[in-house]
Design a protein around this ligand. Sequence first.
Ligand code: 9MR
Length: 472
Amino acid sequence: MRTSRTSRTTSRTTSRTAGTSVSPLWRRVSAVCAGLAATAALLAAGTTAARAADTPLRDLAAAKSKVVGTAVTGSKLTGGYGDIAGREFSSLTPGNAMKWGSVEPTQGNFNWAEADQIVAFAQAHDQQVRGHTLVWHNQNPNWLTNGSWTPAQLGGLLQNHINTEVGRYQGKIAAWDVVNEPFNEDGTYRPTLWYNGLGADYIASALTWARAADPAAKLYINDYNVEGVNAKSTALYNLVKSLKERGVPIDGVGLQAHLILGQVPSTLQQNIQRFADLGVDVAITELDIRMALPADTAKLAQQRADYKAVTAACVAVARCVNLTVWGFTDSDSWVDSTFPGYGAATPYDANYAPKPAYYGIAEALGGGTTTPPPTGACTASYGVGSQWNTGFTGNVTISCSGASLSSWKVSWTYAPGQRITQAWNATCSQSGAAVTCSNTSYNGTVPSGGSVTFGFNASWSGSNPVPTVTLG
Ligand code: 9MR
């Protein structure tokens, strides 16, 4: 398995480098400005090569006896997304594919396609799977939530669901989030379909049925806002303690960790430790750290520190066995649509470039401070639109990934006969052969993962070569 991962890395690097080739229609060249302070010039291919040489998170984690995971969407597990998911992570959690509403949309009619696909991908990449989730109050099928059930019927449906799903994947799932989000913020039980119908012992029943269906899978209770020591996490603690005293099968607790920038609970490690001391494993199951958009240098640096702090808290406690991010790329995160104005919550930007947060995780996993933290990059790319015998239209796109700009200036040198005559969405001037264009009052900001394009008319004679563009 290790060998095959290495060979995939090689071909991936090759194809990404090849992917930088210039399209004949849109003759493009790129200039790269080293990220945040726009200090040094880097070549895009060089940046890619340096990233490919970084030790994958899964290997760093393994050296610390940890598993590092990500939630995934099955349909995306190809191309760059699949490459990263397979290379960097040793555990996958289906973000939605194993929820009851996904697998049994109408009663008795099952759809396992995406769940099967994720399990197969994980097996092919020597990865664990965290099954998520068997008993929840959300994403249940309408036939279930709209039905009218006696307690006996409801219990029967739940037992059958657990038997069917856990049984299908028996031996293939390292851990199940058997029960998801059972508590209110004040530590009382959440009044769900399950609690209202079956009482608090729906939890013990579900765990018992799951154990029967797959004795080897670790069985978890998973919740959010239980990362620090507080009323809700104390309720979870007391529940786990009592389940263990009763001999109910419970192997771990999942701390989801949907966090806000700068707000990692100071009692995180202490909280992990107290669960470990109860004799259960702990997993950080859904880590993301959202920020008010747009991202900027300071926020990304804070996010790096936050990811590092969460990872370090897990590393510090032997029974913290798995740290999973809830989607590894900002383009596959639930945050943006759920919290308008917030986002950039994951370790990779929307273009699959590792953000400072990625290096925060890596450093806490022992990746070492010798790896220079990437500053991200902004690039300027010159394109020729249409061209006729004496004139042409052109455009320049400034794109940022893992970095951002609050203003920009690009320059290039034209060949004899090339002259810019009019620009839009930029202020341009030409002195001799030297062209300089800078932002207008309304388009100076280029956030990480974003881009700005301006256009121009120009004349040419002789030849019309594509110039090298410098940003910064
Ligand atoms: O990531 C999931 C998103 O795609 C769904 O729309 C959402 C529906 O509730 O559930 C998201 O995942 C949740 C997870 O299953 C349980 N903890 C909270 C997660 C974020 O909402």
